[in-house]
Design a protein around this ligand. Structure first.
Ligand code: ADP
Ligand code: MG
Length: 394
């Protein structure tokens, strides 16, 4: 653990003591993530390549003998309490629904849980596309499992699936599986290649000599929801039209770019463009994995730039803010490549940067992005970090 991480833990222990007048026994930690490449491929049964960040959501807790879960959320300065036998949607504290949803999904999978007293605190920016929500879910899942002495009752993939189920069906947010997977299964110095159809996964060594610099545009993502649903429908339409000549396909994952070019005339231009993004993006994910294996950072950067161009021109999910952020990154000394990351329309962009050049890229962002957009951004530098874990505080 780094010094700043230890300091944060100590601050949170003090906070727990203030709130509960006793020390916490245990802390669970689950990171946020950034997707290196593979955008809008998950719901097309395709491939994604996320990395866990050194920013996380933490739950410090003590086990209780009864069925009550009592939580204080530091960043919201708010308490929530619920009974494991009587879960109902919390209209007052939205964040509490992630915790309840996870408890519900774990119990549905046969785990016998017990109550906890806990505090929650995270330094993953909330609502910026770095998946503070998955960090919260996985941290809570591990806390509840550890409190009940059931930490080994489910493998990581199942914890991730339970958390996704909770977000989809208890919280009511339509998310894929990537965020929960990487938060649970991430590993220091690695990216995680996930096959969103089979849910097979593979750790991919992330080259030493490279850092991730993330620029938060701080711009509104208000368009993202409706556009997301529209893009999904357009992909389904593309599959339906292509099935007339490619009867074996069930998702764009099954289509190669040669096939798409051959049958281009079957598709209205806009559907063709959407399909072209997804099909080429899946190919770029595999090419990125190959380039990482060779340590070819220049090629990874080129693929990231191509991904951004495809998201901007074919999938049209970029924005002025994201383009300004990516331009500032791509033009900076030491940047191999950069792209928007997440659903688009706002949120963050990610750059692959030569180690030692992080500050140059950060300075270029502050200087150029703030001038272009008149918004003060945030910049985070992160190595590829470890996934969720539980720390004994006694
Ligand atoms: P993202 O996952 O991109 O950060 P979401 O909108 O999916 O954005 O999730 C953000 C929500 O997750 C917050 O509004 C809050 O309800 C919950 N959350 C995230 N971090 C925390 C935290 N530290 N404490 C309490 N709730 C949190
Ligand atoms: Mg989220």
């Amino acid at each position: 653990m780094t010094t700043s991480s230890q300091n944060r833990t100590q601050t949170l222990i003090d906070e727990f003591v203030t709130r509960f007048q006793t020390r916490p026994s245990t802390m669970s930690v689950a990171p946020g993530r950034v997707n290196l490449i593979g955008e809008h491929t998950d719901y097309n049964d395709g491939f994604v390549l996320p990395v866990a960040l050194d920013r996380d959501v933490r739950v410090l807790f003590n086990r209780r003998a009864d069925r009550t879960v009592r939580l204080y959320a530091v960043e919201f300065d708010a308490w929530a309490e619920f009974d494991l036998d009587n879960l109902k949607f919390n209209d007052e504290h939205f964040w509490a629904n992630y915790v309840q949803g996870v408890a519900w999904a774990l119990m549905e999978r046969g785990l016998a849980l017990t109550g906890i007293d806990g505090i929650i605190s995270g330094n993953v920016p909330r609502g910026s596309g770095l998946s503070s929500s998955a960090g919260l879910e996985i941290s809570c899942a591990k806390a509840l499992m550890a409190a009940a002495n059931q930490l080994d009752a489910l493998p990581g993939e199942q914890i991730a699936k339970a958390a996704q189920h909770a977000e989809n069906h208890f919280v009511g947010v339509n998310c894929g599986i990537m965020d929960q997977f990487i938060s649970t299964l991430g590993s220091e110095g690695h990216a995680l290649l996930i096959d969103c159809r089979s849910l097979g996964y593979e750790l991919v060594p992330f080259p030493t000599g490279a850092s991730l610099v993330i620029g938060n545009t701080k711009a509104s993502r208000s368009l993202a929801n409706s556009a997301y649903n529209e893009r999904r429908a357009q992909c389904e339409e593309g599959v339906r039209l292509l099935q007339s000549v490619l009867p074996g396909i069930t998702a764009l994952r099954d289509v190669t770019s040669e096939q798409l070019e051959t049958h281009k005339d079957l598709l209205p231009p806009i559907i063709y463009q959407r399909c072209r993004h997804v099909v080429t993006e899946n190919e770029r994910v595999h090419a990125t994995v190959d380039a990482l294996a060779r340590g070819d950072l220049a090629e990874v950067g080129r693929l990231m730039n191509a991904s951004h161009a495809s998201l901007r021109n074919d999938y049209t999910v970029s924005s002025d803010a994201l383009d300004a952020m990516v331009n500032a990154m791509q033009g900076a000394e030491g940047c191999f490549g950069a792209r928007l990351t997440g659903a688009g329309f706002g949120g963050c962009a990610v750059a692959l940067v030569a180690q030692g050049q992080e500050a140059a890229v950060r300075d270029a962002i502050f200087e150029q992005y703030s001038k272009a957009m008149n918004i003060w951004p945030e910049v985070y530098v992160s190595p590829a970090s470890r996934g969720a874990h539980v720390v004994d505080l006694t």
